[in-house]
Design a protein around this ligand. Structure first.
Ligand code: UDP
Ligand code: MG
Length: 331
């Protein structure tokens, strides 16, 4: 299978027929084998019935129906797990992403990239409530994770299958897919894609996601930098605090023992004790973190590295690594 199109669907009944028509109109002329995987995320309208009716006539359309609404991240995740295409393309069901941009993504992929993100240069959403916050968020995330992507909110994206199979998405991390992909080691590119106003149905998001995005960003940044060595971040700050507290305490002891001053009423004494205590606690948290990380990686036999390919001319068979699945050896 060449392509898997993954579409999260939540209450989009009026959009489904047009979505199917536009997708097939773009995909058929490409001459590739493909499947369209729609994840019905607990829709309460007739989305599922419509999808099922289409799937009965066209077996290339597959529908995964959730028991309840699990969110867009879960929709992507289920689609990724089920996908068997070499390239996995995600797209929204509301037709705001233009399927006509898919060939442009594929062309870019053919240049050897692992992930090609769409960039809605002509985004058709309100400025103050949607485009401005999104700009700011993307700028902040890029600065924090160091991944220079302009439009994380754009669902229209192409990924090599190995990348999405390695990705584990939790909570609402679908907005960080480019960052997580870069962290796995994907070669990334961006292309401008078409965008249109929503014609039917309602947007499922408002400004309320800002706080959630910031919390997610902290998680992603932490996992990206320190997930295999928590002592390095907690321990460093713990040591610095404990050291400053210790110096302060030393000075106070000197005043008391040598100069004979009374130190019982000095705020510096409280500060010194606080710093030393917090320091010890942070180092301990770092050590606990180290133990948790070991359980996490060893319990699931997860490697702490990601392999792109292995060159080993002594072996004729593909090599299987525990996590990366099959790695073709260059024979
Ligand atoms: N969606 C979903 N589960 C949800 C919310 C949204 O599967 O809980 C789908 C929705 O049907 C659409 C896509 O995710 O296909 C993007 O949602 P929406 O268009 O509301 O987001 P916006 O474009 O306004 O950011
Ligand atoms: Mg939309």
């Amino acid at each position: 299978m060449d392509l898997s199109i993954v579409v999260p669907v939540y209450n989009e009944e009026e959009n489904i027929q047009a979505l199917y028509d536009q997708l097939t109109a773009v995909l058929d002329p490409l001459g590739l084998t493909y499947e369209i995987i729609c994840t019905d995320d607990g829709s309460t309208d007739r989305s599922f019935e419509k999808l099922k009716a289409l799937a009965e006539r066209d077996p290339r359309l597959k529908v995964i129906r959730f028991r309840r609404n699990f969110g867009q991240t879960a929709g992507f995740s289920a689609g990724f797990d089920y996908a068997s295409g070499d390239i996995v393309i995600t797209i929204d069901a509301d037709l705001q992403n233009d399927p006509a941009s898919i060939p442009a993504l594929l062309e870019k992929m053919a240049e050897g990239y692992d992930v090609v993100s769409g960039w809605r240069v002509n985004r058709q959403d309100p400025f103050l409530t949607r485009r401005l916050p999104s700009r700011l968020a993307n700028w902040l995330i890029s600065r924090t994770t160091g991944v220079p992507v302009h439009d994380r909110g754009c669902s229209l994206r192409a990924h090599r299958r190995e990348i999405v199979k390695e990705m584990r998405l939790y909570g609402e991390l679908h907005r960080f897919i480019p960052d997580i992909a870069a962290w796995i080691g994907a070669r990334m590119a961006e292309v401008p894609v078409g965008h249109r106003p929503r014609r039917f149905g309602k947007s499922k998001y408002g400004l309320g996601r800002t706080v959630r995005v910031i919390l997610d960003l902290i998680t992603v940044r932490f996992l990206q930098g320190y997930s295999t060595r928590p002592i390095q971040i907690f321990g460093r700050w713990g040591l610095i605090m404990a050291f400053v507290g210790f110096l302060l305490g030393l000075w106070l002891s000197f005043e008391k023992l040598v100069l004979g001053h009374s130190i019982g009423n000095r705020p510096a004494l409280v500060l010194s004790l606080l710093l030393m205590l917090m320091g010890v606690q942070l180092v301990s948290i770092g050590l606990l973190g180290e133990m948790i990380v070991r359980t996490y990686y060893e319990g699931q036999k997860k490697p702490i590295y990601r392999i792109r390919e292995i060159v080993d001319y002594s072996r004729a068979q593909p090599i299987t690594t525990p996590d990366a699945g099959e790695c073709e050896s260059a024979v």
